[in-house]
Design a protein around this ligand. Structure first.
Ligand SMILES: NC(=O)c1ccc[n+]([C@@H]2O[C@H](COP(=O)([O-])OP(=O)(O)OC[C@H]3O[C@@H](n4cnc5c(N)ncnc54)[C@H](OP(=O)(O)O)[C@@H]3O)[C@@H](O)[C@H]2O)c1
Length: 417
């Protein structure tokens, strides 16, 4: 990422000059938008569908309830699941309009009644059951964690979801141990990079990473072997390891379920933790969903018994918000923060975006462009071109719709760290 940092510094400087010359009025409007102390800026998903369903608006400031912490947000994580939420491509989605987002970092601003363990001014990261992409968030204290002093707000927003999911899959579901081998899809993504780093915390673990070719240079050092996502990876893995692998982490589903199971060694574990293959365009595709369901290997437990294989599923959001897993996750977070403090794991941040740039940030994931995590940086101003394409609107304007597929400024550069 070193060259990217230098290039992006130049780009950021050019953008700043351009902004000063051409767009200072628009920027001033953005600052003025959050002056009312009872209001906050937030990203709103007006309805399920394409990128045009997202806009930035003003919402009433939430106040902490019993057992909740109120956080002045500094940065939010943008995850693949947020694309699926936008499309309405998840189980039992809440009714829009809604504020998307499941994780953020920031500073504790106030504390609800009967809420212990935090003080005003604490630097924290948190899980939120939606509502994270806003200037202020309230969430139960069980989902809030103190940040290490040396961790930046951007790093913290890139930490919780990916590392907890990666850790629990590797160590609590699949029981990763010294000398084992792991195959991971989307190895350049945020979970993929967390998996790779955690694997390197165990001696002598072989990681087979699969990713788009464009990412291979950037992530080559994080995995042992890397394959193009279009390659016949089953054959490629078998050339290196004819007996297969110990753990397959599959976030794609569809045909990859059968391939993953076939690649397992005896006593190996296949973990399904996502369904990225169901996303094939900007809006929900019933054809892709049906195809993925159809292609998923329908496994008879007798077959698993005969072949000595383990098949598992993992959903952190369900564990946290539907299955009361907060205490268990807190224990995992403590272990992860210890690894972070020892310098053994470090979130990879792909790029920082203003709230107003959320559509372009999501487009970057659709385009498979990210290496690591995309962050919505609350204090970042939108770049000038985005300011011209003002997405800000009043709350009453939530129902307004842009023409389908409106996303004119895909070529603009984000601020890359
Ligand atoms: N179960 C859980 O608890 C849990 C928690 C977090 C994330 N997840 C899942 O883990 C996966 C990765 O999540 P993430 O947030 O870290 O995202 P991510 O990997 O950063 O997502 C972006 C990458 O996914 C790959 N990809 C695969 N299919 C894609 C598609 N149809 N469209 C666009 N990109 C696609 C692309 O990389 P390549 O082109 O290089 O493949 C892309 O760059 C997702 O399936 C997500 O739902 C599950």
């Amino acid at each position: 990422m070193a060259n990217v940092t230098t290039d992006s510094a130049d780009i950021a400087e050019e953008e700043t000059e351009h902004m000063i010359e051409n767009n200072f009025v628009v920027e001033a409007e953005n600052v003025a938008s959050s002056i009312d102390p009872k209001e906050m800026r937030a990203v709103i998903l007006a309805g399920f569908g394409g990128l045009n369903k997202l806009r930035v608006t003003k919402k009433t400031m939430p106040e902490p309830q019993h057992g909740e912490v109120k956080i002045r947000v500094k940065a939010c994580g943008l995850n693949f699941v947020d694309l699926m939420v936008r499309q309405g491509n998840i189980d039992s989605p809440p009714k829009p309009p809604l504020i998307p987002g499941f994780e953020c970092s920031g500073i504790v601003e106030s504390i609800g009644e009967n809420t212990h363990g935090f003080e005003i001014g604490d630097r924290v990261m948190a899980f939120v059951c939606y509502n994270a992409w806003a200037e202020v968030v309230c969430t139960p204290v069980d989902y809030v964690y103190k940040m290490p002093d040396k961790m930046s707000f951007q790093e913290a927003a890139a930490f919780s979801l990916n590392y907890v999911a990666a850790y629990m899959m590797l160590f609590e579901v699949a029981n990763l141990r010294e000398g084992m081998s792991v195959l991971v899809h989307s190895a350049g993504g945020s979970v993929g990079q967390a998996v790779a780093q955690l694997c390197s915390s165990v001696p002598n673990v072989t990681v087979f990473g699969i990713a788009s070719c464009s990412k291979h240079v950037a992530i080559r050092d994080s995995v042992t072997h890397i394959f193009d996502r279009n390659a016949d990876y089953v054959q490629e893995v078998k050339k290196i390891s004819p007996e297969g692998v110990d753990i397959v982490l599959d976030c794609l589903s569809g045909e990859h379920t059968g391939k993953g199971l076939a690649l397992l060694k005896p006593l190996g574990a296949y973990v399904l933790y996502g369904a990225s293959n169901m996303v094939t365009g900007e809006t929900k595709s019933f054809f892709s969903i049906a195809k993925s369901w159809w292609q998923v290997e329908k496994v008879n437990p007798f077959k698993l018994y005969e072949e000595n294989k383990v098949m598992a599923g993992f959903s952190l959001l369900n564990l946290l918000f539907k299955q009361g897993g907060g205490v268990r996750v807190k224990t995992v977070m403590d272990k992860l923060l210890s690894l972070y403090n020892q310098g053994r794991i470090k979130p990879v941040v792909d790029s920082l975006w203003a709230l107003e740039e959320v559509k372009e940030a999501m487009q970057r994931i659709h385009d498979r462009g990210n290496v690591g995590k995309l962050i919505l940086d609350i204090e970042k101003s939108p770049t000038p071109l985005m300011a011209n394409d003002s997405t800000e609107t009043s709350e009453a304007g939530e129902e307004e719709e842009d023409p389908e597929g409106d996303n004119d400024n895909k070529e603009r550069m984000p601020f890359i760290q």
